[in-house]
Every structure is written in structure tokens, then in C-alpha cells.
Design a protein around this ligand. Structure first.
Ligand SMILES: Cc1cc2nc3c(=O)[nH]c(=O)nc-3n(C[C@H](O)[C@H](O)[C@H](O)COP(=O)(O)O)c2cc1C
Length: 171
């Protein structure tokens, strides 16, 4: 099975267990790397042309406005062909209950017919939230498999949990 992880992850100030902390690597990026280490996968990072604010509070407002407008922020690079993959993991932080809109910019460009897709979400309490529904909506023709929710603040300590989910679902 050939695996691809499409992910978005924001470094900078984030809310960690009740306080603000500056992160040099985003939580979802840590999770994406653990998936790769466990079962082998290509990683594709979705990066926006216009960066979100490094300030958590400002970013919260930017993300809220985007969601309200159902925005499709421009991304630096766009994947156009996933025909070589069987399993596609879509990993991102929970932003207001769903993925950041930039993930949707990417998903709408791809043909998911016959693929297996897996929702992965890092969060500070909302769990998997709207990730499975989002994949049902944006990955037309795909089978949506078992999801994985990882508490963002625990991402670095979650290698075992992530590896056992990956071994079960992506082999
Ligand atoms: C704009 C924004 C909105 C967020 N909304 C939620 C939310 O609705 N529910 C939740 O549990 N966590 C929320 N969080 C926390 C993030 O989901 C969490 O810290 C995540 O692990 C960040 O991943 P990253 O470091 O890969 O970007 C939000 C964070 C940001 C920056």
C-alpha cells in the first residue's frame, strides 16, 4: 500500500494546556512524521501564501473570518495527482471545529475516486470534531476510514498511539 499524508500545521504561539506557548514545530507536523516513521508515507505540507499570524489570538480571528466566508486561501504548492497512492491521510489542527480552510483549497483540486482517506486531527479538547464529515464532503468517491484524534499538547508523547493506528489502518 502506498501512503500519502497531506497536512497543514502552524508553528508559533499556541494554546497548550491552558497557557500560551511558542512552538518551533507544529503539533500536526509531529503527528505526520510519526505516521511516516511507523508505516512509510510521503508527506505533503499545505502552506499558505499569506501566513497566518504567529500570535494565537490574532490567528484565531483570522481563522474565524475565513471559515465564515468559506474562504479558499491560496497555497504555495498544490498537489495535482494522487493516482499513485492507495491511502491518503488528511491531517490538520482543529480550527473552529474543522480543518483550516487551506486544506480544503488542496482537497478540492484532487480526484479521490477509489481512494481510502483517513481523518487525523490535533486539538485542544474538540477531538476529531468535524474532520470525518469534511472528508466525506471534500473527498468525493473516497472511502472514509477510521480517524485519529491527538491532543495537540501531547503530540510529541503520542508516538505509540499514532503508530498502532497507522499499522492497523495503513497497511
Ligand atoms: C485558529 C485556531 C483555532 C482553534 N480552534 C480549536 C477548536 O475549535 N477546538 C480545539 O480543540 N482546539 C482548537 N485550536 C487548538 C489547535 O487545534 C491545537 O493546538 C492543534 O494541535 C494545533 O496544531 P498545529 O500545531 O499543527 O497547528 C485552535 C487553534 C487555532 C490556532
Amino acid at each position: 500500500m502506498k501512503n500519502l499524508v497531506i497536512y497543514y500545521s502552524r508553528e508559533g504561539e499556541n494554546y497548550v494546556n491552558g497557557g500560551l506557548k511558542n512552538l518551533s514545530k507544529g503539533n500536526t507536523e509531529i503527528v505526520a512524521e510519526y505516521i511516516k516513521n511507523a508505516v512509510g508515507a510521503d508527506l505533503f505540507e499545505v502552506e499558505t501564501v499569506k501566513e497566518y499570524s504567529k500570535s494565537y489570538m490574532t490567528c484565531i480571528e483570522e481563522a474565524k473570518a475565513e471559515l465564515r466566508e468559506n474562504a479558499r486561501p491560496e497555497i504555495k504548492e498544490c498537489l495535482t495527482d494522487i493516482s499513485g497512492y492507495d491511502n491518503i491521510v488528511v491531517a490538520g489542527p482543529c480550527w473552529w471545529g474543522t480543518y483550516p480552510c487551506a486544506i480544503f483549497t488542496q482537497l478540492e483540486k484532487l480526484d479521490f475516486t477509489g481512494k481510502n482517506v483517513f481523518p487525523v486531527m490535533t486539538h485542544e479538547g474538540s477531538g476529531i470534531a468535524g474532520a470525518p464529515q469534511a472528508l466525506k464532503k471534500y473527498c468525493k468517491g473516497a472511502q472514509v476510514g477510521e480517524g485519529l484524534a491527538i491532543h495537540g499538547a501531547d503530540a510529541a508523547k503520542s508516538e505509540k498511539t499514532i503508530a498502532s493506528w497507522a499499522e492497523k489502518n495503513l497497511k
